[in-house]
Structures are given as C-alpha cells and as structure tokens.
Design a protein around this ligand. Sequence first.
Ligand code: NAP
Ligand code: HSE
Length: 450
Amino acid sequence: MTALSAEGRNGNYPGKGIGQPVGVAVLGMGTVGTEVLRLINEFSGSLENRIGGPIDVRGVAVSDLSKKREVLEKFPDITLTDNARELIDRDDIDVVVEVIGGIDYPRELVLAALNAGKSVVTANKALIAAHADELSDAANAAGVDLYYEAAVAAAIPVVGMLRRSLAGDQVQRISGIVNGTTNFVLDAMASTGASYEEALAEATRLGYAEADPTADVEGHDAASKAAIMASMGFHSRVTYDDVHAEGITNITADDIAAAAEAGFTIKLLAICERLIDDVGNTSVSARVHPTLVPNDHPLATVDKSYNAVFVEAEAAGRLMFYGNGAGGAPTASAVLGDLVGAARNKILGGRAPAENPYAHYPVADFGDVPTRYHIDMSVVDRAGVLAEISRRFAAQDISISAVRQEESGEHSRLIVVTHQSLERKLAAIVDELRDIDEVKSINSVIRLGA
Ligand code: NAP
Ligand code: HSE
C-alpha cells in the first residue's frame, strides 16, 4: 500500500442519521469490559449528545455465563452470551468492542466484525501488534473504523497523538514506560523493599497485569506497544516479531540497590528510533529492555503503575505524555473515546483517518542499534587487571565513559560504563570478558540512558 486507495479509504460512507441508536456488542467483561459497561451507563446522556444518537449496548459476550456481574443489572434488555461470533453476526450490531485479550480467537472475531461492516474498538495490543496489516486492510475494504487507543498506555492518548496530532510532523524517537505492571513491581522493589513476587501479586490483584503476567514481566506486552508506536510514528509496519524484548525477571534487589547508589533508577523502557546509517539509508528500530535512567530524568520519577511516553519530532520538539497506563477505568476511558468516534461516524457517515505504513522503512537488526552498557563484574584484585580490561575495550573500539572499582571480599567489584556503541560490539565485549581469567563473574549488564 503506497497511498490512499480509492476503494475504501476515501470512499463515501453514508451515516444512519442523527438521533438513530448505535448498536454495540461488548466482547469480554473482565477488568476492562466491566468498566466500559459501567461508564457507558454512567455517562449515557452526555455520550448521546457527543455522538448524535444513543449508544445501545445490545449484547455482551463472556466465557463463563454463571459468574455474577452486578453492572449488568443496569442493562436489563441485553443478551449475555458465551457465543461472541453469533452476537457479532447480528444485524443490529454496528460497533464491536473487543476486550477479551489473546490473539487467535479475537483475530477471528475482529475480522468477522470488520468484514461484516461493523466498526471495531479494541484494547488488544497483542492482536494489533501481530495482525495490524490484515485488520487494517479488512477495515479499509469494508469502509469501517478500527480503533485501538487503549492498546498503548491505556488512558494516555498515545495512539491518537501519533495517528492525528503528529501526522504532519517527522517523528524521530519515541521512548517510555508503557507497562504498568513492571513499573509497579520495579517501583515497589526500590521504594518499599517488597519482593518481586509480592509486588507482582499486588499488581495482578489491582488488575494491571495481563491474564498471563508472563507477558508483562518478560517484556512481551511492552514489545507489542512498541511495535504499534513505531508503526504509527514512522509510517512503516513494525510487528511484535520485529521488536527485541527483554523483561525484568533477571533484575535483582542488588541491581536496584546498586543503581540507586550510582544515581540511577531501573525502568523497563520501550524505545523506538529512526536510524540513519553512514550512507544516508533510513531504518527503524523498536526494543524493550530494562534501562538505567539517570535520577534527574523525568522518567526516573514515574512511579507505581503510571506510564510516560516521550516523543521527539522534528518540528514539535520534545513532548511528554504521562498518566494511567493500566487498570480498568483508565483503559475504559480510552475505549470509550474510541467508541464515541466510531459511533459518531456510524451516525454521520465517514471514517476516521486510518494509519498508513507507506514509508516501508526496514527494521534494523538489533545488533546495529546504538546503545550504552553498564557492566558490573567481579575481577581479580591485582595490578594490571584494569589495564587489561581497558585494553580489551579499546581493541574493540568501545570508548569507556566511567569506571568504578571497590573492594568486595576476595575480589574487586568493577563497574564499567561505556559511551555509545553498537549493540553487537557491546554484546561481543561482554562475551569476551566472560572468557578472560581476570574476570571472575559478570554480575549484571544493563543498558543505560532514557
Ligand atoms: P480479563 O480481566 O482477563 O477479562 C477477559 C474477559 O474476556 C473476561 O470477561 C472473560 O470472560 C472474557 N472471555 C474470555 N474468553 C472468552 C471467550 N472465548 N468468549 C467471550 N469472552 C471471553 O482481561 P482485561 O484485563 O479486561 O483485558 C482485556 C483486554 O484489554 C486485553 O487485550 C488486554 O491486553 C487489554 N488491556 C488491559 C488493560 C488492563 O489494565 N487490564 C489495559 C489496557 C489494555 P469471563 O468473565 O467469563 O471469564
Ligand atoms: N498489563 C498491561 C500493563 C495493561 O501492565 O501495562 C495495560 O496495557
């Protein structure tokens, strides 16, 4: 796809007309779905004014029909079903809200909805990061909307900002904390001394974690969000598989304490960059990994389950967005914003501007991405060791920014902080250090810089 196509994107989509109800199906009624229904009920009058017609929730699909669901008392006439597909296929459904989660089953449902001419609102980053092309094509072909503001950083309007507000600018870099669960865990470990397990259990209890929290702690959730942000920011398709992802499972209380001592806070960052090589070719990169953020950087102070996203654009300069990146109500706020947009288009006609990955920049190999390393190792305490280690760095053309050495039992603890170099060169020097007699152990390797 290289430009807006005549079929679909800029066709003529007539509306139902002012005052007509918009039939909505909500698929999933867990942390997010329950809040979506609660807010639709609470704000129904104002939503009608904003949309031009009432939202009429006609059906809700769940997995377990026997669960008690108080909010449904406010929707006495709806169908509650465990057959989402049947609900989508009903003629009186105009907009489908998908808040089930997962990939394969929601893909089937969302495609069925789009192909049947229903607009879709989803909070499902895993689905969008894996199948955006296929879903966008289906939405374009049917002339309907596909909205997913809640998929990145919940209540923070990151998708709309990239899709609309910065559509005329040139985004260079997007970085930030986009997973509430891991930020909550790292913050609790640093500020209250909570164990990793205690902090994760609390984040799960509060509704921040994914159904399987492995997706959070291993960086997969943030990787999906990075893929979406990079695709929108750089107008190029970046999928989940293109994102290098490392989580927080190897971060120890000792790493956190050592970082604090050195004036850093460890954050799980998603970093999306536009890269230009020596001969002027552009590529893009998206990665997620624990990062040492200097304590005087605004991202270091983002605590609890809050998210924050930095965007650097050529004309706009540096922008920062901060707020609730997880939880039922904040996510429902973003879903409702999308629902208002999709419903308004159903009434008035037309479609929202769709994303357009026309630029087709290739995704850079992770090894070719520039970064900095903070290497914490135990070394033999004897003359010449520091010189030998420095020689190894110099031989690889890696410049050292700082070195700290301290007594630590029978060995010395040596911390080396590098200047920027390519990821593959830095990874190679760590492998080399592991093999030399003077280095007894590599205690941690954490990338540095926000
Ligand atoms: P959740 O609490 O696990 O809820 C999932 C819901 O889906 C449940 O109501 C479940 O039914 C229903 N469900 C499961 N399988 C189904 C099936 N085959 N047919 C119909 N319904 C089915 O998940 P959540 O936290 O609300 O997250 C939902 C989506 O929002 C996910 O894509 C997630 O990534 C995204 N999201 C979540 C947050 C957050 O903070 N939680 C933030 C942003 C985005 P039962 O109730 O019967 O079990
Ligand atoms: N599990 C996600 C998080 C939910 O913790 O950020 C919001 O996408």
